[in-house]
Design a protein around this ligand. Structure first.
Ligand SMILES: Cc1ncc(COP(=O)(O)O)c(C=O)c1O
Length: 433
């Protein structure tokens, strides 16, 4: 089987995500035969370093034997059972672990099966909490440039026009407040002033404020400082507004701490987790919340206050087993410490990019680094040129517009970091204005 044969079969029936399908008249689709560690292998013996952890999910390498083994063992024991009226050991054990590891005050775990669904759960729970307490708050607040997924609720609180604009008539009520312009304390202060003014005016209508803590992923790896989170926590609390921390991308060590919220010393009312939760093996998400919120739904059936949101695969045992194996690796392998050394290497490589004259800025937080190119108009698709160059040189980079970023699996070696960033550097430097 060749790549071309598979591509032809694929394009006969498959409709791919986040893709203008016509692009594949020019752009080869790459069928992957197998993967190991940071490497993806196609059907013609070529390989690609997965610099973006396959949409930010992979933590400990493709085919990680410890996670794969845990899933196989679990599959032989119990592959799935509904979670209403029934339970199972992996779901219980994982909930205990997540509560122990997350910021203080988060005591209850509600499972779903992908990131966007976790956001729907958090939004609905927040609205429903206020309603159960006799308050009608149907407005949500999010940051400019945010991304929280693409189901309709999640899309409503996002702010990336490319995904959102078409569906505007279908969306729920949401307003935005400016995200800090950069990682400085001054930028945080500036943005907090705007938040304070907005809450003074409309605080009573808002159910929850949702943020991607410290790094806005799909918004181009935009980064801001912990001072903003600290301030936003105080302000939302003062106005009786929930704070939802969307740690779907930032969670599980990406920003240098297990959760980004830790860097601000805050505890949100809801924390949404997915992506790295299963080490990149299976879809699973979890929404953590407080006893206080849980208790607003706890009453006799006849009061009709229960939270009735459900998905068939909620808390799937295989996915929970993968998540438990992933958390065990964090515990046994000193992952956060090792990542510090790798992050330093990424930072050293990043400095070089500032020499290029088509670079606006570079930024990094832990195992996430980004290089922002000149403001090329979107139709010139300069990012696509870097993508193509990367593939020709064994590196899968998937730029977000003019932003080339690095978010590799944590098992990447220092030599592989050098190679990944060298290829990106060469790709960017070849772009003609
Ligand atoms: C911060 C954030 N929230 C939510 C989502 C949505 O997750 P999913 O793609 O699993 O629906 C993403 C996905 O990229 C994300 O980065």
């Amino acid at each position: 089987m060749t790549n071309r044969e598979l591509m032809e079969r694929d394009l006969r029936h498959l409709w791919h995500p986040c893709t203008q399908m016509k692009d594949h008249e020019q752009l080869p689709l790459i069928p992957i035969r197998k993967a190991e560690g940071v490497w993806l292998y196609d059907f013609e013996g070529r390989r690609y370093l997965d610099a973006i952890s396959s949409w930010w999910v992979n933590l400990f390498g493709h085919g990680n034997p410890r996670i794969a083994g845990a899933i196989a063992r679990q599959a032989r024991e119990l592959e799935h059972v509904l979670l209403a009226g029934f339970s199972h050991l992996p779901a219980i054990g994982l909930a205990e672990k997540l509560v122990a590891l997350s910021p203080e005050g988060l005591e209850k775990v509600f499972y779903a099966d992908n990131g966007s669904s976790a956001i729907e759960v958090a939004l609905k729970m927040s609205y429903h909490y206020h309603r159960n307490r006799g308050e009608e708050r149907s407005l949500f607040l999010s940051l400019g440039n945010s991304y929280h997924g693409e189901t309709l609720g999640a899309l409503s609180v996002g702010d990336v026009a490319l995904y959102k604009e078409t569906y505007r008539p279908l969306l729920i009520r949401n307003i935005q407040t400016p995200v800090p312009a950069d990682q400085s304390p001054e930028a945080a202060r500036e943005a907090l002033k705007a938040l304070e003014a907005l809450l003074e005016e409309r605080g009573g209508e808002i159910a929850a404020m949702i943020v991607e803590p410290l790094v806005q992923g799909a918004g181009g790896m935009h980064m801001y400082g912990p001072e903003y989170l600290e301030g936003a926590r105080k302000l939302t609390e003062a106005h009786g507004i929930h704070l939802i921390a969307d740690e779907i991308m930032t969670g599980f060590g990406r920003t240098g701490t297990l959760f980004a919220c830790e860097q601000a010393g805050i505890s949100p009312d809801f924390m949404a987790l997915s992506k790295g939760l299963t080490g990149g093996f299976l879809p699973l998400s979890a929404v953590l919340t407080t006893d206080e919120i849980y208790s607003a739904f706890y009453c006799d059936y006849s009061e009709y206050k229960a939270f009735l949101h459900s998905h068939s695969y909620t808390g799937n045992p295989l996915a929970c087993a993968a998540a438990l194996a992933t958390l065990e690796i964090f515990e046994s392998d000193g992952v956060l410490e090792r990542n510090r050394i790798k992050a330093r290497r990424i930072g050293e490589n990043l400095r070089r990019f500032t020499e290029l004259d088509n670079i606006r800025s570079v930024r990094q937080l832990g195992m996430i680094a980004a290089v922002e190119m000149t403001n090329y108009p979107p139709e010139t698709r300069k990012g696509l040129e870097v993508y193509r160059y990367g593939l020709e040189h064994e590196v899968l980079l998937r730029p977000l517009g003019n932003v080339i970023y690095f978010m590799p699996p944590y098992v990447i070696t220092e030599e592989e970091i050098d190679r990944m960033m060298e290829v990106a550097y060469e790709g960017i430097s070849r772009i003609k204005n």
